[in-house]
Design a protein around this ligand. Sequence first.
Ligand code: FAD
Ligand code: NAD
Ligand code: ISD
Length: 427
Amino acid sequence: MGRAFVYVILGGGVAAGYAALEFSQRGIAPGELCIISEEATAPYERPALSKGFLLPEAPARLPAFHTCVGSNDQRLTPKWYTEHGIELILGTQVKSADVNRMTLTTATGETISYKTLIIATGARALKLEEFGVRGSDAENVCYLRNLADATRLVNIMQTCNEENAVVIGGGYIGMECAAALVTNRIKVTMVFPEAHCMARLFTPKIADFYEAYYESKGVNFIKGTVLSSFENSSDGKVTAVVLRDGTRVPTNMVVVGIGIRPNTGLFEGQLVIEKGGIKVNGRMQTSNSSIYAVGDVATFPVKLFGNEFRRLEHVDSARKSARHAVSAILSPDKTSDFDYLPFFYSRVFTLSWQFYGDNIGEVIHYGDFLAGRFGAYWVNKSRIVGAFLEGGNREEYEAIAKAVKLKIVAQDKAEVEKLGVEFVTKV
Ligand code: FAD
Ligand code: NAD
Ligand code: ISD
C-alpha cells in the first residue's frame, strides 16, 4: 500500500508549519503536499511550551499557538490544512527513507513517495542515560521537547506546590523552566557543569545579572558539577539527586535540559552530514537535489559569517529557512542564496533579551547592570559581529540587528561603551 505526493514535508514542527504557509501563498494544487509528523498535533510554535504553556494563570493552550502566530502571521489550524488541500498525516513516525527510490516508510508499513522532500525532523532531547546516569524514566523526571512532555510537566508541577524541584542544565530549557517553576511556587535548585548559566552565549558578566535575578526569586545555583545518580522512593519516584562530589539534594521533581541531537538518523549514509546536521547549500538543498533540509536539522552556509556552515537551534532560523526552501523549490529563478542573520532570544519573569550575530571577538559591555538595562557588543577585526540587549524596545532591537547585519565599525572602545545602545540607534 502507498500514497504519492509531489511535495512531502517530513516532520510536523515549526519549520513544517512555516513551509506549509509559504507553499499555500506561492500556490500549489490541492493534494500535492503532505506533512508527516510523529506528533498527533498540527504544527505549533514550540517556544510557547517553555513560556506561556507553563504559566499557572491563563496558560497558553492549543489551538492558540499553532504556527504561524509566533511571527504574527496566520494561525494554521487543522481546518486550515483541510481547506487548503494539504494533507496532515499525524501520529505517524517515519521509520526509513530511501532517497534513490524517493520513498518514506512509516511505522505502520505504508510507503509514501515524493518528487520533492523537505526534511524538517528537528531534534530530540538528550537523555541523562547518554551521560551514564540511570533512572531518568522515573515518573517525576521531565524532559521538554514536545506538547506531550509539556503536558506531563504541567501535571507534575501541579502536584509540587510549595515543594522542591531540581533543574539539570543551565541552558535555555534550564533557565526558562526554572523561571516557570518559580512562578508555579516551586523552590528550585539548578545544577550545571559550567561556571555560569547560558555558557554557550552569555559572558560571565551577563550571566551574573541573570543568576543574581534568579537568586532574588529564591533559585539556588550549584555550578561546576553534574549529577551522578538519583535516589528513589519504593514507588519509583526520585526523592533526591546525588551530585558527583556526593552532595545530596532532596527533591520532589526534576527537569532535565542538557541539550539536543538533530534527528538525522533516517538519512545517515544517504545524504552528506556536517556539524551534526544535514548539509545544505544556500537554497537549503541537500547533497540530493530532490531533497531539502530546514530548521534544527539543517547545517547551512551563513553568508554573514563568510559562508561558514552552521546548524542553528532556534525558531527564527527554522521559520525563515523553511520559507526559503519553499521559495527555492517553487521559484528557483527568483530565489538567491539564504542570507540569514542569526537571532536568539528569551523571555523569563519580566526580563527579555535578544541577541543577533556571532559571539566571537572582544566583548564590550555597556549600560546599567543593576537596573537591568544593559547590553554587549562582540567586536571582531574592529567591526561589530554580535549584539546582545536586555530590556530593549522594538527600535533598539532593530538597531542592534541592523548594526550586526552591516558589521558597523567600532574602533573606539570607550565611545562604544559610553554610548551603549545609542552607538547603533544613530546608524
Ligand atoms: P521541531 O519543531 O522540533 O519539529 C520537528 C518535528 O519532526 C516534530 O514534530 C517531530 O515529532 C517530527 N519528527 C521527527 N522525526 C520524525 C520521524 N521520523 N517521523 C515523523 N515525524 C518526525 N527557539 C527560539 O529561538 N526561541 C525560543 O524561545 C525557543 N523556545 C523553545 C522552547 C522549547 C520548549 C523548545 C523545545 C525549543 C525552543 N526553541 C526556541 C527552539 C525552537 O523551538 C526550535 O529551534 C524549532 O522548533 C525547530 O523547528 P524544526 O521544525 O526544525 O523542529
Ligand atoms: P542547551 O544547549 O541550551 O543547554 C544545555 C545545557 O546542558 C548546558 O548549558 C549545560 O549546562 C548542560 N549540560 C550539558 N551536559 C550536561 C550533563 N552531562 N549534566 C548536566 N548538565 C549538562 O540545551 P537545552 O537547554 O537542553 O535546550 C534544548 C534546545 O531547546 C536547544 O536547541 C535550545 O536552543 C532550544 N530552546 C531554545 C530556547 C530559546 O531560544 N529561548 C528556549 C528553550 C529551548
Ligand atoms: O516565538 C514565539 C514565542 O516566544 C512564543 O511563545 O512563538 C510563541 C508564540 O508567541 C506563542 O503564542
